[in-house]
Design a protein around this ligand. Structure first.
Ligand SMILES: C[S@@+](CC[C@H](N)C(=O)[O-])C[C@H]1O[C@@H](n2cnc3c(N)ncnc32)[C@H](O)[C@@H]1O
Length: 283
């Protein structure tokens, strides 16, 4: 199932969005606040975008240093301005999080790289991605519904019919988790928020309640009704079992799902939580 084309929801002051179910923003914000250390915490939020799913004022109270990372830094600045007059502790970092500084491909202009050699070169570059704008000493790194965007860029660049499409998505998932871990101090924590199916193919998401949501989603997963490469069970398995990730991730857990309402669409979301190992995993 292909990924939707995400358009940022209109930026408004979240406190005035009384009509919109606000659970997603509260869920992300409260998890980020709960994990703040007692002092001097450093937080990185990947794919911060318009910050619609963050309560920046609450985060500013708990986190003295917050790096808001996105390839679209203007969108992040607009998101900040919509929520707060105070930029205390907030830092906007522009970084492409797919290919790093490796000639990032803009989805709208990307050619479809069906030529095998070009697909190979994309895959090789992806495996070497670095996030140079980020430091390596964060207490918490949160990737906020970004992975689905990155997979979509692979779809645009490589195409689902390319022989290297699946290996490329596999490499992307692994590299994303690995780079999150590298950005953490030993003992720091990672949160991978992942939207994996939308109301476009699962309209019942709009009517779901906490009681019937797990059954609805498990049926959707059985029917392969999820975004390419974003089956949450598979993501959890990779985070727990990939050899390179095992060496740096510990205590990997997944939350129950919830629904993110963005107005015209609803998305099912889970979060995978992990701790960066302080030392190498036993071999
Ligand atoms: C679905 S949004 C995340 C939700 C967002 N936090 C919000 O408040 O609505 C995805 C964000 O990822 C960013 N993004 C997409 N592709 C990216 C890339 N290759 N590198 C960095 N950021 C990217 C987009 O600019 C967008 O802001």
């Amino acid at each position: 199932m292909s990924r939707y084309h995400w358009t940022p929801p209109a930026i408004t002051d979240p406190t005035t969005q009384r009509d919109l179910p606000d659970y997603h923003r509260r869920q992300i914000t409260s998890l980020l606040c709960e994990l703040a250390p007692a002092a001097d915490g450093r937080l990185a939020i990947l794919g911060a975008g318009p910050c619609n799913d963050l309560d920046l004022r609450q985060l500013q109270v708990k986190w003295p240093h917050i790096d808001l990372v996105d390839r679209d830094s203007e969108l992040v600045r607009q998101g900040i301005a919509a929520q707060t007059n105070s930029s205390t502790g907030l830092h906007v970092l522009q970084q492409d999080l797919l290919l790093g500084d490796n000639e990032a491909l803009a989805p709208s202009t990307a050619p479809r790289l069906l030529v095998p050699e070009v697909g190979q070169s994309f895959l090789a570059r992806l495996k070497q991605t670095r996030w140079d704008a980020l430091r390596c000493d964060y207490d918490l790194v949160a990737s906020t519904c970004l992975l689905s965007q990155l997979v979509h860029q692979v779809i645009d660049a490589v195409g689902v019919d390319h022989a290297l499409f699946i290996p490329t998505v596999q490499a992307l998932r692994q590299r994303h988790l690995w780079l999150m871990a590298q950005a953490l101090r030993p003992g720091g924590q990672g949160l991978l928020f992942c939207d994996f199916v939308s109301s476009e193919t699962l309209p019942d998401l709009f009517r779901a309640n906490p009681e019937n949501l797990p059954a609805l989603l498990s049926q959707a997963l059985q029917e392969n009704n999820f975004f390419h490469g974003l089956n949450p069970g598979k993501l959890l398995q990779i985070a727990r079992e990939d050899t390179e990730l095992q060496a740096c991730l510990d205590q990997v857990q997944m939350s129950p799902p919830w629904v993110w309402f963005t107005g015209s669409l609803a998305y099912a979301v889970v979060v995978i939580k992990f701790t960066r190992r302080s030392s190498k995993a036993p071999t």
